[in-house]
Design a protein around this ligand. Sequence first.
Ligand code: 0GY
Length: 290
Amino acid sequence: MDPDWLKFHPNPKQPEFVLPAGAVDAHCHVFGPSPRFPFAPERKYTPCNAGKEKLYELRDYLGFTRNVIVQATCHGKDNSAMVDACRTAGDLARGIASVGSDVSRDELVEMHEAGVRGVRFNFVKRLVDATPREVFIEIAERIQEFNWSIVVYFEAADLHGLEAFLKQLPGIIVVDHMGRPDVSKGVDHPDFGRFVRLMTENENIWTKVTCPERLTVAGVPYDDVLPFYQTIVDQFEDRVLWGTDWPHPNMKSHMPDDGALVDYIPKIARTSGQQRKLLVSNPMRLYWAD
Ligand code: 0GY
């Protein structure tokens, strides 16, 4: 692993917040373990191993029932670790794959059978080399027959240039980590206003209210990120998802305690109705419809 790699928290606290029955951790990853699942040659980072056993241990410890495992960029377009983790969990896991235009229909069918229900388009330059937009559009069209959705990951500064493209995509689009707002600018800044407007004007756009540990400037307990989450959850409670982001790739400042992240949920979804939608009914509707 990279010399400055921060490993996931070894012993997270037992959360005080009791998750609603059937709660879904809708954004998490597996890394390896290598050498069984080698990391991609084109990867931009080399993480520690963090395999499915550890992920499912954490799921049970925190009180989640299900996981949505998002293909991590360190595995490139080789989805085998993620697919293997989905197969192990059976109906309790779904996957989001990373594919190129060379993916065959048979491969898509096989992934669907394993539990994959979406693809991820990544625009974060430190994580991936750029993919031409036409390639993404072609993939987006090909997955329609499977009723998959699309996860997109970008940073706030790139939203302006991506808006027209996002509006072109068919089906449900899920934006990772609220499009990574620059928290230091404040919740009323036009940049975040642009993201809120995007969601207002496009009912097929959902978002994950995730990763306060990445977005915070002030640090633990991440109070500076709260107004952003609260704004989104209050306005779009039917289109939000939540996840741990375990094993927290590329954290540099600190490693979050996953139990403390769960305790953060009632601060961002402040009614039991919002909590049920965020943690159960929204992810079930999107990823477990069939
Ligand atoms: C995240 C965030 C990051 C990494 C990845 O697939 C990945 O490598 O998603 C990041 O470095 O910001 O969502 O886990």
